[in-house]
Design a protein around this ligand. Structure first.
Ligand code: NAG
Ligand code: NAG
Ligand code: NAG
Length: 366
């Protein structure tokens, strides 16, 4: 073996070792769950907003983007802004990993996707979307009906590639995750004049719930059977809402939290009704409100210290294009932060939340 070759080999080893020691900690948090009755889940399909958008918005013309630093600071080998609205993984990745499907759930619009990527699932989510169609329209992103159109196109593509039988198996046995609605209340209702003139919160949350029901029925109509729907989180307690209406103590905005709870109860009732109507489906309500509330009420138990500010910039207001490489005072380590920017949790918070909200519900999908 000549010296040059040895050197090459050594540097390859070093790269491999470095790569493993950096990558491993990101994924070692997510352990694969065992599924009941030897069930398999061929793929994970996701619909929703920025909580579960792995970068679809990178490929459309909108200001709701985050494919630049410091987003993705802890992703992969580090400093990899992918379009995920966090420092690292988002819940769609974490759920796909927990189900043993794959470690990252890609964006459907990613032009580099291979057939195998499609067969194991994608996210159709678009940051800024809502149950209310106006929510996506106001910020020029893909609405839930656009997302369903992409899902139809997806079915057609895999049908052409692997045939009808396998497509039917994938569509019916996959786990579907829906996570959307907080932008309807936080942005469209409270920040724009369009809906608050027309609706009060009881009627607006009725409208949202009826849109949610329509969406779930269409998804069922396309063949989905195992569907998990995240309720709204404690949206009045995200840093930007505390800044807007929380006063000097940065208290939570009670009106947003009340609206979220009201919507969640309506969503839950709609899901019960649909579950009876479609008896071959499993509709699973995922209670992010109470999951997140327990983290807010007892942060130390989950390893968190900073809960009222995000890591990015001042932590009070920066989100999306306002959170960028020029943001001043960005924290150096998110480990003890609940929020990455003024609206979105850190990877660390998403890991804790997914365990609280998803793990004990897995049996309900089968
Ligand atoms: C699961 O699969 C194993 C091995 O194929 C089998 O022995 C076992 O009975 C199965 N369990 C159930 C609940 O079907
Ligand atoms: C599709 O499934 C049906 C019923 O299980 C079977 O009869 C048929 O041969 C399958 N077709 C292909 C192309 O595998
Ligand atoms: C952040 O802090 C934690 C605990 O203090 C430490 O384990 C981790 O390595 C730090 N991460 C970075 C990227 O510095």
């Amino acid at each position: 073996m000549n010296l040059l070759y040895q050197k090459k080999l050594l540097s390859r080893w070093l790269i491999a070792i470095l790569w493993c020691s950096i990558i491993a900690p990101i994924f070692q948090h997510v352990s694969v769950m065992s599924l009941p009755n030897n069930e398999t889940v061929p793929a994970v399909m996701v619909f929703g907003d920025s909580i579960v958008d792995p970068g679809n918005n990178n490929y459309i013309t909108t200001l709701v983007k985050c494919n630049f630093p410091p987003y993705g600071r802890d992703f992969g080998e580090g400093n990899q802004p992918t379009g995920r609205f966090s420092n690292g993984l988002v819940p769609s990745d974490i759920i796909a990993a927990k189900l043993g499907v794959k470690k990252l759930l890609p964006a459907y619009l990613d032009p580099n996707l291979q057939l195998q990527d499609l067969l194991t699932g994608v996210s159709f989510a678009s940051g800024g979307a809502g149950y209310d169609p106006l929510t996506a329209e106001l910020v020029n992103v893909m609405s839930l009906s656009d997302q369903l159109d992409m899902f139809k196109e997806y079915i057609k593509k895999i049908n052409e590639a692997v045939g009808r039988n396998r497509t039917t198996m994938i569509v019916s046995k996959s786990i579907y995750i829906v996570c959307v609605g907080s932008d309807d209340i936080a942005n469209t209702y409270y920040q724009s004049p369009f809906r608050s003139a027309e609706y009060d919160i009881p009627s607006y949350t009725d409208f949202m719930a009826s849109e949610a029901s329509k969406f779930l029925q269409e998804l069922y109509g396309l063949g989905a059977r195992r569907i998990g729907v995240f309720g709204l989180s404690v949206i009045g307690c995200v840093p930007s809402q505390r800044t807007l209406g929380g006063g000097l103590n940065r208290a939570c905005l009670d009106s947003s939290n009340q609206a979220a709870m009201l919507f969640n109860s309506k969503l839950n009732s709609q899901m019960v009704v649909l579950g009876k109507k479609f008896s071959d489906s499993r509709l699973v309500y995922l209670d992010s409100y109470n999951g997140f509330l327990s983290m807010l009420q007892n942060p130390a138990k989950f390893g968190f210290e900073v809960i009222k500010k995000g890591c990015c910039g001042t932590g009070d207001i920066e989100v999306s294009i306002l959170c960028n490489r020029y943001s001043i005072n960005t924290c150096s380590n998110t480990t003890h932060y609940l929020f990455w920017d003024s609206y979105h949790p850190t990877q660390e918070a998403y890991l804790a939340l997914s365990s609280l909200v998803f793990d004990n519900k897995i049996k309900d999908f089968f």
